[in-house]
Design a protein around this ligand. Structure first.
Ligand SMILES: [Fe+2]
Ligand SMILES: [Fe+2]
Length: 315
């Protein structure tokens, strides 16, 4: 695809964008969970179940706060920033007006997602009386992006941001999907996820198209420089370190005996998510790289050697 072939999704946005179509969701005071246990394995650990199951709701509420807080950082600091600069034609890569218009719809969607996240945060504090613990300033992406940009020549900073956002917007989709279907979770929270997911399907397509347009026009030297930054990006993006740190912080705030605390800390420390070919998010990322044409470049295949399925690896 080149820039001239770009087809706007503006009509689709008018008909389907959640900011255009969904009423405000109200958190219901029922006995369903506020956050799926599959997203917080700490509460499923043997030590937790045996010694402090009464802390389950506290842990889930705090994990929900972290999730919402991460959404706000992701949307307002990263996706909004890149989409906004494309919309305003401040991006180093020029895109046609139809792309810029669509980019502005992404800005609106993402800021709306951040607003909804803050709404749920506020409603949850009001309903539970539980105050959020201090939450980290960073998410994986906000560390991965500058790390990758530092490796690329200055004129490629925007291109790195474009690819990084496109990768994130193509992984989040799957991530969010699992949430929306979990029956044990409150209906409003599942609704929040389903709303978000329905917008993200459009975004994933948008970013994939932009990367495809960019990649086709990029020089072989620029493609190779971007390929070299990819492994560093993925290492920071896929790490489990921030989640682990949050879990350890959370354990410090449970009113439990010292030996139980120790045992929980050991369990969290042992929960390692090695970044290998089996990493759960890698399938989505490789799918994106294929659809955008990036993975058809030999230097990319070489750079990602350790992440690719055997059949696709270079010799
Ligand atoms: Fe979003
Ligand atoms: Fe998005």
């Amino acid at each position: 695809m080149n820039a001239a072939d770009y087809r706007s999704f503006a009509d689709d946005w008018e008909r389907r964008a959640t900011v255009r179509t969904r009423p405000r969701r109200q958190l219901e005071d029922d006995d369903k969970l506020i956050f799926p246990v599959c997203r917080q394995p700490l509460v499923l650990s043997a030590t937790f179940l045996e010694h402090c199951p009464q802390w389950r709701d506290f842990v889930l509420v705090q994990s929900f706060y972290k999730f919402l807080h991460d959404v706000v950082i992701f949307e307002t600091e990263i996706v909004d920033k890149t989409a906004r600069s494309i919309a305003k034609n401040h991006f180093s890569l020029p895109f046609p007006l139809a792309c810029r218009y669509d980019a502005m719809t992404v800005v609106v969607d993402e800021d709306y997602h951040a607003l909804v996240a803050l709404d749920f945060l506020q409603q949850t504090v009001a309903m539970t009386g539980i105050q959020p613990l201090d939450l980290p300033e960073h998410i994986e992406l906000s560390r991965a992006l500058p790390a990758a940009q530092a490796l690329a020549p200055p004129h490629l900073r925007d291109a790195v941001a474009l690819i990084a956002v496109a990768i994130a917007e193509n992984t989040i989709t799957h991530d969010v999907a699992a949430f929306a279907k979990d029956d044990s979770v409150k209906a409003s929270v599942r609704g929040l996820m389903a709303d978000h997911l329905s917008d993200e399907g459009r975004h994933a397509q948008f970013w994939t198209n932009l990367v495809r347009i960019y990649w086709q026009a990029a020089s072989p030297t620029d493609r190779d420089s971007l390929a070299e930054a990819l492994p560093t990006f993925l290492r920071h993006y896929l790490t489990n370190e921030l989640q682990q740190r949050f879990d350890l912080h959370l354990i410090e705030h449970l009113d439990i005996s010292a030996p139980v605390r120790r045992a929980l800390q050991d369990e969290v420390a042992a929960l390692d998510f090695p970044i290998t070919r089996q990493h759960p998010l890698l399938g989505n990322i490789l799918g994106f790289l294929r659809h955008s044409g990036v993975l058809q470049t030999p230097s990319v295949v070489r750079a990602l050697d350790g992440y690719l399925p055997e059949s696709r690896r270079s010799a």
